[in-house]
Write a protein that binds this ligand. Structure first.
Ligand code: NDP
Length: 251
């Protein structure tokens, strides 16, 4: 946890970064913070109107012109990921990082009542889609001199919790996949793959998981950005295959 990390203003200068789920919640804040630190951010998400708002906010703040990439992990195909890689290659020629942040909660319910279609959908959006997108983008990541791929985990991706179903399983899979790929690419020395658990954060997803909780008791997405910046930027170079937390555990 690097909650006290102070990112230099030019931390991400000239970096080309992809943020998934960039239209809302933690992804939106990360995209804006990355752009504020000099990155050209590719805003990926399923609701174009939300991405356009983030785009406008970055432009208004004088950040590097971002790009918008509408994509819904639910229906996306391998071809979509390869078309995306081709478009990014043409436009930028490399990729310096991915924040895999898009995610769905599914339902909090006893497993015996878990709907199989919903289970598959959560696995598709939270892990299978991001995995095949990563495969398509690997050639672009290996063209970077220092690329960081961050997979978003959760505390239920490190210890199972009753009723959390596909969400918890998808986050365990995220941890496992990140370890496998991290070991495969370790010899490159220019690419690192880690997981990051944001911890309880005031967003729409947290609200739907804990409807009775007072949102004001939670850290905001802004509060947890130091670790998001540290792990994306050069100060974490050399760290590969690790599981990080963006905030200390709540007492
Ligand atoms: P939000 O629900 O606020 O935001 C999720 C984002 O993912 C939205 O922009 C959403 O798009 C996008 N998204 C959802 N489904 C898809 C899809 N099928 N295709 C493309 N994009 C999609 O969640 P948070 O910001 O809270 O969560 C961000 C990440 O952090 C998630 O991976 C979550 O699991 C993880 N996390 C969050 C915690 C918290 O306390 N908030 C705690 C632990 C982990 P749209 O806006 O269009 O719906």
């Amino acid at each position: 946890c690097k909650i006290d990390y102070q990112a230099p203003q030019d931390l991400l200068k000239d970096r080309i970064l992809l943020v998934t789920g960039a239209g809302d919640g933690i992804g939106r804040t990360a995209a804006i913070e990355y752009a504020r630190r000099g990155a050209t951010v590719i805003l990926l998400g399923r609701t174009t109107a939300k991405l356009e708002k983030v785009y406008d906010e970055i432009e208004a703040a004088g950040g590097p012109q971002p790009a918008i990439f509408p994509l819904n992990f639910e229906g996306a195909t391998l071809k979509d990921y390869h078309d995306m890689a081709e478009a990014l290659d043409k436009e930028f020629g490399r990729l310096d990082g991915i924040l895999h942040n898009a995610g769905q909660l599914g339902r909090i319910t006893p497993f015996e009542q878990y709907n199989p279609e919903l289970w598959d959908q959560v696995m598709q959006v939270n892990i299978n889609g991001p995995i095949w997108m990563t495969q398509a983008l690997l050639p672009l990541l290996t063209k970077s001199a220092d690329a960081s791929v961050i997979f978003t985990s959760s505390s239920v991706g490190r210890k199972g919790r009753a009723y959390w179903g596909a969400y918890s399983v998808s986050k365990f899979a995220t941890e496992g996949f990140a370890q496998v790929l991290a070991e495969e690419i370790d010899h490159l020395g220019t690419l690192r793959i880690n997981t990051l658990n944001p911890g309880a954060t005031r967003t729409a997803m947290r609200k739907s998981a804990y409807p009775g909780e007072d949102p004001m008791s939670l850290r905001t997405a802004e509060d947890i950005m130091p670790t998001y910046l540290w792990l994306m930027g050069p100060d974490s170079k050399g760290r590969n295959g690790e599981a990080f937390d963006a905030q200390p555990p709540r007492s």
